[in-house]
Design a protein around this ligand. Structure first.
Ligand code: GLN
Ligand code: ZN
Length: 768
């Protein structure tokens, strides 16, 4: 029998029950017991769904109140001293509140302390808490949560497989902090860590667990030699554990780690058959005769229905060669897709028939396994039929393949992606056109999304507020924002984005080719969930999207009003993207739609246009060898969107981070006239990348950290800009916050911007 399982299941609940309960607990309106009860209910429901679908094993260990990587840190006792949990670690039970304090700096009990760093998990939009490591660190088993959950699943009568972040990937994701260099020799900690993993495996075996899946996605990245060797050392050591290990490598191909991986002494491998279908054969050829191979055939990263008939064919040989040693699974944890398609009552039936969310993917896994065994029942056969028909319809659907879009793309020339003149000449034309002072001031786009704005949007969406009334209110907001900026003296004002719910959704809703779910939530971090649009068809802009708002804002001031768009790479990156054509083709389509918007803005008298690309960096592939290919098309798309304007029209871009060292050439290749970035926390050292590269265009290094409620001092901002001026010629420096202000209140924003203006005045005197 071909075993069916998933590498993980979403824990937030179909109705985001976990989010609600956890936030209520933080606020004090739900007690610990009730929170734990919600967790238990969700786990039981998820296991029941897996079993009901016909999976042979349910997965335990994928549940976490905040983050599964954090839970491993807690389990091995890697709790930094500032959380004052020495007793808890010694006792072997770190409190849930301690874990919450590590995640967010505070919890209902315990003293607040600086939270651990959070960052993106491999190439997903999920964020994990970075394990904080230091030389000489000791580990010890410090939580029984995992074992309790195993008991829970067994008590409910399930056959259990445990899933955990593997020891090397946990170390790989970890870092030094503060006085400890980020990249100190973490491998020196391996032996101590393995002691705890061995103990965990031992206890799981004692509970009757047969299989433990260790997620080792570090194997799909470029690994230094020492790390490759450490894999051998670690898994030879863990070989002695009385459980069977399934070594999983989701999110990509194994590449040059393939031989290493197949030779490790584990009972089974799980590979990502969706991202790297071409490695299947090589793995099959090298797999030792006793090992299990779990093929991740069902896409855990995207929402499209699987082609079951195709997979049956693709895996027929593997089934023949491996017999019952072939397992079927999702490519990665279903954490990265929404929970249940059934809840979507507003999607067109056609689109719905092309999709599968987590619950539906369980059925796909189970059916595929039975198909391969030749024990498919009537329901399975029907499922394959329905899938094949739906996929056929999707291939032929007219709204997916619009000849005009293809023709326009085919007609794009190199000139379309190039400004007419080089930056130095454009800068002169722009200065004439815009008449800006030295150290011009601007903001990143959004202003506080007040309770009134959100209430108006809710009422409008619910049908309780007419479009006219809603838009009138938004115009009032804009007028208010423009007036405040006039008073403050901001040189390049913005309209403030009150009419935008979300920087991608706002554009997706106005473009053809996008669909929106009602409940398609995916966990981004902790209790934060996002609802990415589904980009299913060719992208067309039926009408201008932002022009009337920007035009209106410009009519209220003499100063150059900055138009505000979300860039093509960011729209792509934050959506579920169609899988029937290369991502770069889809991105070019978005770029051309935005290009039309840019030109319409220019024609409407907007003299500066910002195209945000906060997601450019996170689109980088996991393997360095693939970076350049990605950057080439990503840059081209930005340029396609932006390069159609006249010399005197100023193109801005914004990125919410400051790590540019390794992509600075691509950043320069965007050829934006002005780039605003996040630097306020790093003392401007991050400008070194720009200085070393002799970055030629203008830069606005954020001087004001919008993530903090504190009002930045004038002197502090002046000092930061002085440091910037040591690295970048003053004629090319702008003064601005480091990101949009929508999460702040006006009570903070107004004095902060007044100080920023004052700082600019000081700088003009000093450097003018
Ligand atoms: N223009 C957007 C804003 O100001 C940019 C948001 C972002 O950088 N993520 O909100
Ligand atoms: Zn930003």
């Amino acid at each position: 029998m071909t075993m069916a399982h998933v590498t993980g299941y979403p824990r937030i609940g179909a109705d985001r029950e976990l989010k609600r309960a956890t936030e209520a607990y933080w606020q004090g309106s739900l007690d610990r017991q009730a929170l734990e009860a919600t967790g238990r209910e969700l786990r039981l429901a998820n296991w029941a769904a897996q079993r009901e679908a016909g999976l042979d094993l349910v997965t335990v260990g994928d549940f976490a109140f905040y983050d599964q990587v954090l839970d491993v840190s807690v389990m091995v006792g890697a709790v930094p001293p500032r959380f004052a949990a020495e007793d808890e670690v010694a006792r072997g039970e770190v409190d849930l509140d301690t874990a919450f304090r590590m995640a967010r700096g505070r919890a209902p009990s315990g003293a607040p302390a600086a939270a651990c760093e959070m960052t993106k998990y491999f190439d997903t939009n999920y964020h994990y808490l970075v394990p904080e490591l230091h030389p000489g660190q000791r580990f010890r088993l410090s939580s029984t949560r995992l074992f309790d959950q195993v008991e829970e699943a067994k008590a409910a009568g399930h056959a259990v497989k445990v899933a955990l972040t593997g020891p090397l990937t946990w170390l790989w994701l970890g870092k030094g902090r503060g006085d400890v260099p980020e990249d100190f020799d973490r491998l020196a900690l391996l032996d101590g860590l393995l002691d705890v993993y061995a103990e965990v495996l031992q206890r799981l075996a004692g509970q009757g667990v047969e299989w433990v899946q260790l997620d080792e996605s570090a194997l799909v990245q470029d690994l230094p030699l020492a790390w490759r060797q450490a894999y051998e050392r670690a898994y030879h050591r863990l070989q002695a554990a009385p459980v069977k290990l399934l070594l999983a490598s989701p999110f990509g191909g194994l590449g040059d780690n393939l031989s290493l991986t197949v030779s490790l002494p584990v009972a089974g491998l799980h590979i990502d058959g969706v991202r790297a279908p071409d490695e299947l054969e090589a793995v099959l050829d090298r797999l030792l005769p006793h090992k299990v191979l779990s093929v991740g055939a069902i896409d855990g990263r995207n929402v499209w229905r699987a082609d079951l008939a195709l997979w049956r064919e693709r895996l027929a040989v593997a089934r023949m060669r491996l017999g019952e040693r072939l397992w079927i699974a999702t490519s990665c944890s279903l954490l990265h897709v929404p929970v249940d398609l059934e809840a979507e009552t507003d999607l067109s039936l056609e689109l719905k028939s092309w999709l599968a969310f987590a619950r539906q993917k369980l059925d796909e896994v189970a059916t595929l396994a039975r198909l391969l065994d030749g024990r498919a029942d009537a329901i399975d056969r029907e499922r394959v039929e329905v899938a094949s028909r739906a996929l056929q319809a999707r291939r032929e659907a007219e709204r997916l393949h619009r000849p005009a879009v293809a023709a326009r793309l085919a007609g794009v020339s190199d000139d379309d992606a190039r400004r007419r003149r080089p930056y130095a000449e454009r800068a002169v034309a722009q200065q004439r056109h815009l008449a800006l002072p030295l150290f011009p001031t601007t903001t990143i786009g959004s202003f506080p999304q007040t309770g009134e704005i959100r209430a108006a949007r809710r009422a409008f969406r619910a049908g309780d507020l007419s479009r006219e009334a809603y838009e009138a209110q938004m115009r009032e907001e804009i007028a208010g924002a423009v007036a405040r900026q006039e008073t403050l003296g901001i040189d390049m004002p913005v309209h403030g984005e009150p009419e935008r719910n979300d920087m991608v959704e706002y554009f997706g809703e106005q473009l053809d080719g996008f669909a929106f779910t009602r409940f398609g939530w995916v966990q981004s971090y902790g209790t934060r969930c996002v609802k990415p649009p589904i980009l299913y068809g060719d992208v067309v802009r039926p009408a201008a999207m932002t022009v009337r708002w920007s035009e209106y804002a410009q009519s209220l001031t003499e100063r150059p009003m900055k138009g505000m768009l979300t860039g093509p790479v960011t729209v792509l990156q934050w959506s579920f993207v169609r899988d029937d054509q290369p991502r770069e083709t889809t991105c070019r389509q978005i770029a051309l739609a935005l290009r039309d918007e840019v030109l319409d803005l220019e024609a409407a008298g907007i003299r500066a246009i910002q195209i945000d690309e906060p997601a450019l960096r996170e689109g980088l592939p996991l393997r360095c060898a693939e970076w350049q290919g990605y950057l080439d098309w990503a840059v081209e798309c930005f340029r396609l969107a932006s390069a159609g304007v006249r010399d005197e029209t100023q193109i801005h871009t914004h990125m919410c981070y400051a790590e540019f060292n390794d992509i600075i050439a691509a950043i320069a290749a965007l050829d934006a006239d002005v780039i605003t970035i996040e630097t306020s926390c790093s003392d401007m050292e991050l400008l070194d990348a720009f200085q070393d590269f002799a970055y030629p265009n203008a830069i606005g290094p954020g001087v004001y950290d919008i993530h903090s409620p504190n009002i930045p001092e004038v002197d502090w901002m002046v000092a930061l800009m002085d440091k910037a001026a040591e690295r970048i010629p003053v004629e090319r420096l702008w003064v601005n916050p480091d990101c949009g202000l929508k999460t702040r209140g006006w009570a903070e924003v107004e004095p902060a911007l007044a100080n920023m203006e004052e700082a600019a005045r000081v700088l003009r005197q000093r450097h003018g």
